[in-house]
Every structure is written in structure tokens, then in C-alpha cells.
Design a protein around this ligand. Structure first.
Ligand SMILES: NC(=O)c1ccc[n+]([C@@H]2O[C@H](COP(=O)([O-])OP(=O)(O)OC[C@H]3O[C@@H](n4cnc5c(N)ncnc54)[C@H](O)[C@@H]3O)[C@@H](O)[C@H]2O)c1
Length: 388
């Protein structure tokens, strides 16, 4: 195989951006072989835009057509695990949009199916390509930061207006989306948080439902996390703050990292702080400061390129599909904590989470929101960009 023939399932905001990128040749080694959407109106638009690309209204028909080697899954979150499991059963490689799914129990089944199939399985964590986060991860992995004492991430620049929530019948409902800001916008940051700082051992959270919008899920959340080494973490996110903030601060025993406004500042201490605080001889712990600015990157396209090279040449995935379980574990634990008022120890009780989510779904408001026609262009990516 020297090219990967990809089929895209779900051609909405992000699926149309992926289609445009692949069709225009931005993803070396990948060709657009088929498109699938259940919405007939979208298929009519797609027929005009991509006259040479076969269209399907049913994902299984596309998977068994023999036209595709791999699929990109970009339907609403609940659909990710079942479609991925189906694709693996047809021997296809899979990259799914974030989050991996809504509940960890379903994502675990998807991971097992991926392993059984032996196919390449990626997830669209397109911010892992950001050089600042990669550098922060390296500083910690190399021991330059020392032991982590605390991380604080204020990520409130996911501002959304009511019309965004009204733009799709699935959005911001327990039955259609399965959550709010923690499940739609913040998965990128929750993933980076655990990618850089590791997984917490317990989570306590407050999730504020409909605080700024007429929605039945949370548009603000505050998570307090504890880690096996005694470190603590705070994660604050919201879609109701304007202007928002995006500041990640990680304090270690040998230094401190701050990422804000497209810049990483690393303050490295001469003495390990846990030794220094016990020293009588000197009251100065000299600091050396390094500043690094982010470099341009094309997150989504770069992840697709890496996925393609993983299929063709066995390149290591930057965002392996199984990693999607970690950030989802944190958000599931945050919901569970908010619903029960308790601190949640990890590993998560999947059964308890599923039973409480089921109750939310049963009382989920039916909505008469209409799906708006998404722009079938790459414009969406510009809209998505956040100001780092
Ligand atoms: N990585 C990112 O930056 C990013 C950005 C936006 C959205 N997303 C993710 O992508 C997913 C889709 O979000 P969106 O904003 O594009 O939604 P959207 O509502 O704009 O598009 C979803 C599309 O999927 C179609 N669809 C639904 N079920 C289907 C099925 N079974 N088979 C085929 N088509 C089906 C719908 O008709 C719709 O066209 C979500 O999980 C979201 O979290 C990721």
C-alpha cells in the first residue's frame, strides 16, 4: 500500500474540514475515497462539491464497500465507539474525533476491538502538536522540573454563544452529547493535562449546569485533582467567560513552567527547592529563566499525516486511540463527583457512572433545535483556533 484511501463518517463542522484537507492533498499519502453522512441535505451539497467521491448515507455500507482502508469518525461523541468497533471488524484503520466517547465503559470496548484487529487506531488530539506542550512534557520527563508539586490550568477561552448550542439537536443535551464543556471543548486540555502531568489518583469537581446558557449540561467546571506523589491540580474551564484565559502553571521542586499567550516560561532553580527550604546557609535560590514561543503548526492535518505514516510505514502515533481513555476518565470522574458531591478515587467505578448517566439521559430535555447546515469548507478550522 502506498496511499491510504480514507472514508469520512459525519461531514459536519469538523468532518467537512477533514474532507477539504484530504481532498486538496494537504495530507501526504492519504486520498479521499468516500464520504458518509446520514443527513440527505448534506449529501446533496457534498455531491456538488466532491462529484468524483462516492457518497454513503450508511456507515456500514461504506465500510464494506471495499473503497476504504481507513475511516475518520467525526459524528457526535456517542457514535465514536460503536462506529470504530464496526470499522475494526471490517479490518479498517480508525482515527476518531475527540472525545473517544461519552463513557469509559464504551471506550474500553473500542480499545479492545482496536487491539484485537491489530489496525492503527488514533484520536484527534490536535493540540499535542503544539510545541509548547510538547516541551513542557519533555521538561518533566527529563527531570528538569523535579517532582511536580502543583498544576493549575485556567482554560476559559472556549467562549460559546447560545446560537452555538442551538445549532445542532444533539448539542448540550445528556441524550445527544452526554455532557457540556468537559466533553466537547475541554477534552483537548484534559488530555494535555494528563499527558504532561500524569493521571490523578482522585478527582473532586463542581460542574455548573446552564450557568451562562440555556442548556441542561455544564458550561463551567472546576476540578480539584490529587496525584499519587501528593501533588495537587486545579482545572477551571468555561464557555461563558469573555475574554477568556488560557494559562497553565506547573510548579516543580526544581523549577516552574508557565504557558500563556503563546509563550512558555521555564524558571529553573539552582537548588532543588525541597532541599533549599531546609538550608540554613543561604537565602537565595538563583533562577535561570528560559522563554520559548510557539511555532506555527497545523494540528488536525499534522495528526492526519502522522496517522497516515503510521499505517504506511509504522510510524509511532502522537495521539494513540487508547490515550482517549485517560482524559475521559477525568471528565467522567468530574461528573460523578459533581453528581454525588463526593471525591472520586480512580480507577473509576464505570458501572456507577453509567447508571447515573442513564438517569440523566432519561430526564434529558427533548429539543426542537434544528441542525444548521455546516459550512462544507475548511473555514471551520480558523474558527476553532484558540489564542495560546
Ligand atoms: N478536534 C477538533 O478540533 C474538533 C472540532 C470540532 C468537533 N470535534 C468533534 O467532532 C465531532 C462532531 O462535531 P461537529 O461539530 O462536526 O458536529 P456536527 O453536528 O457539525 O456534525 C456531525 C455530523 O455527523 C452526522 N452524523 C451523525 N450520526 C451519523 C452517523 N451515524 N453516520 C454518518 N453521519 C452521521 C450528522 O448528520 C452531522 O453532519 C464531535 O465529537 C466533536 O467533539 C472535534
Amino acid at each position: 500500500m502506498n496511499t491510504v484511501k480514507v472514508g469520512i463518517i459525519g461531514i459536519g463542522n469538523i468532518g467537512s474540514a477533514h474532507a477539504s484537507a484530504v481532498y486538496s492533498g494537504e495530507v501526504d499519502g492519504m486520498t479521499l475515497a468516500a464520504l458518509c453522512d446520514t443527513d440527505q441535505a448534506k449529501l446533496s451539497i457534498l455531491k456538488e462539491k466532491y462529484p468524483s467521491v462516492p457518497l454513503f448515507s450508511n456507515a456500514e455500507d461504506m465500510m464494506k464497500s471495499g473503497l476504504v482502508d481507513a475511516v475518520i469518525i467525526s459524528v457526535p461523541h456517542y457514535g465514536h465507539p460503536p462506529l470504530a468497533i464496526m470499522a475494526f471488524s471490517y479490518g479498517l484503520h480508525v482515527i476518531t474525533e475527540k472525545p473517544g466517547g461519552v463513557n469509559c465503559s464504551e471506550v474500553k470496548k473500542m480499545i479492545v476491538a482496536a487491539k484485537t484487529s491489530g489496525k492503527v487506531f488514533g484520536v484527534m488530539f490536535n493540540q499535542r502538536n503544539n510545541s509548547l506542550f510538547a516541551y513542557a512534557k519533555e521538561l518533566i520527563a527529563s527531570g528538569k522540573l523535579g517532582d511536580i508539586k502543583r498544576s493549575v490550568w485556567i482554560i476559559t477561552n472556549w467562549y460559546r454563544k447560545q446560537c452555538y448550542y442551538d445549532s445542532g439537536s444533539w448539542r448540550a443535551t445528556w441524550s445527544g452529547e452526554g455532557g457540556g464543556v468537559l466533553l466537547n471543548q475541554a477534552p483537548h486540555n484534559l488530555d494535555l493535562w494528563q499527558w504532561i502531568c500524569g493521571m490523578p489518583s482522585s478527582v473532586y469537581a463542581e460542574c455548573n449546569v446552564g450557568k451562562y446558557h440555556k442548556i441542561e449540561v455544564e458550561d463551567e467546571a472546576t476540578i480539584f485533582a490529587e496525584y499519587p506523589n501528593g501533588a495537587t491540580g486545579v482545572f477551571i474551564t468555561s464557555t461563558g467567560d469573555y475574554p477568556g484565559t488560557n494559562r497553565l502553571e506547573i510548579s516543580g521542586t526544581k523549577g516552574k513552567i508557565v504557558i500563556e499567550n503563546g509563550k512558555l516560561t521555564f524558571s529553573s532553580f539552582l537548588y532543588d527547592e525541597k532541599d533549599f527550604r531546609m538550608m540554613a546557609e543561604t537565602d537565595k535560590n538563583p533562577i535561570e529563566v528560559t522563554e520559548i514561543c510557539d511555532t506555527a503548526y497545523n494540528g488536525h492535518v499534522d495528526i492526519l499525516k502522522n496517522f497516515t505514516r503510521a499505517i504506511l510505514y509504522g510510524e509511532k502515533l502522537l495521539a494513540p486511540g487508547e490515550d482517549s481513555l485517560n482524559e475521559l476518565t477525568i471528565s467522567n470522574a468530574a461528573y460523578l463527583s459533581s453528581w454525588t458531591g463526593k471525591k472520586i478515587s480512580l480507577p473509576l467505578d464505570d458501572e456507577l457512572f453509567d447508571s447515573l448517566l442513564k438517569k440523566k439521559i432519561e430526564t434529558s430535555l427533548s429539543t426542537d433545535k434544528k441542525q444548521t447546515s455546516a459550512s462544507l469548507s475548511s473555514d471551520y478550522l480558523g474558527k476553532w483556533n484558540t489564542n495560546w
